[in-house]
Design a protein around this ligand. Sequence first.
Ligand code: UGA
Length: 440
Amino acid sequence: MTERPRLTVIGTGYLGATHAVCMAELGFEVLGLDVEEAKVTSLQSGQVPFYEPGLPELLQKNLDSGRLRFTTSYEEVGAFGDVHFLCVGTPQKKGEYAADMTYVDASFRSLVPHLRDGALVVGKSTVPAGTAERLADELARTATAKDVELAWNPEFLREGFAVEDTLTPDRLVFGIRSERAEALLRAAFGPVIDVPTPVVTCDFATAQLVKVAANAFLATKISFINAMAEVCEATHGDVTKLSEALSYDTRIGGRFLHAGLGFGGGCLPKDIRAFMARAGELGVDQALSFLKEVDAINLRRRARMVDLARESLGGSFAGSRVAVLGAAFKPNSDDIRDSPALDVASAIQSQGAAVVLYDPAAMDNAKRVHPEIGYRESAVEAGRGADIVLHLTEWKEFRTMDPSALSAVVAHKRIVDGRNALDPVLWREAGWTYRALGRP
Ligand code: UGA
């Protein structure tokens, strides 16, 4: 068995770029591949093509060490690697709930002909149950190299904490079919396992399910507290107090129990939909029918936010100026995929308001997708002349903002806190009408 296997990482998006950099940081020789030449050129020159705190520094350090390189050549990757991590995306299919497997299938088929004898291919992408079994069959049928094998190792990293989650994960899950595959994976994750990190070894089906089950649980927890926010709105209760009181019960816990505008991003929404689609194919759709409600509760929060803003303006957006703080789907990220903040901003713009937005990191991405919205370079500039301010992504810069900075520039001191992250007492004392989702 290889003591320190040489690793390749196929697909250098969020997951792949972070995995490649962190594995090099742990002392492995790593070759990253992407079919997009621009991404490879950018990474090779030390530029991370997305916002992730801590990653640019580690990328440069490991490029300098000589342990990390990037290429567009599958031939080079096949010749180099003992263990190949498949990290390509599985977005939601257009007009369907199911995951689009185009990138997984294409990268796998491009890699297989170039594998060396004894190589291990490790799937990390989030996939529908049954994918690993199908790829293992295909590998057995089509590989020309001897003793090549497949394993599944789902990834649980969060954007904004990607480095930390990769270097010190809560757990490692190894879906394996042989002792040899397990030994190679243990060698590839040696320094992580030594931390120590718990390792769960299991079959392919379970390994693939752990990932979607984890995201389904997290989404359910968020929608649960947002459902309670709806009830609080009807009863004049305060969901933030409710959530705090629940959190002291260690069986429930306080994490992912923060009510607000709900979940977005490239993972939770599409993963629960793909999970439902796969359950339908497997004939167990009833087992996951609750996820439809989880999705519906989540989307209702966006509609409620628009209603609350309109109500605060006296019943119409027409002719009003709306300042939006936040575009990213969550703080510490420039990712706008399925962003609740941008969804709300564009809905309000389409209802006749002039929306002016500021986000500390996601402005370029937001401008590309929503050029119809106005953009400014600071919260104060976005607030200038505003009839209402909407707080939609809870960046620290907004959470710690002194209300007087905005008081000086807005037309009307009205704020709706879509993330329940501002201090109502502070804003009200500064003369603002403060409203929020699920609290009086
Ligand atoms: C999520 C999971 O947390 C990761 O474990 C998983 O690896 C990743 O998806 C993935 O599948 O790749 P991520 O999408 O980076 O990570 O974002 P989260 O931190 O989970 O937040 C998701 C959304 O939920 C955000 O829009 C956030 O604002 C929202 N959220 C989170 C709430 O509305 N309330 C909460 O209490 C927590």
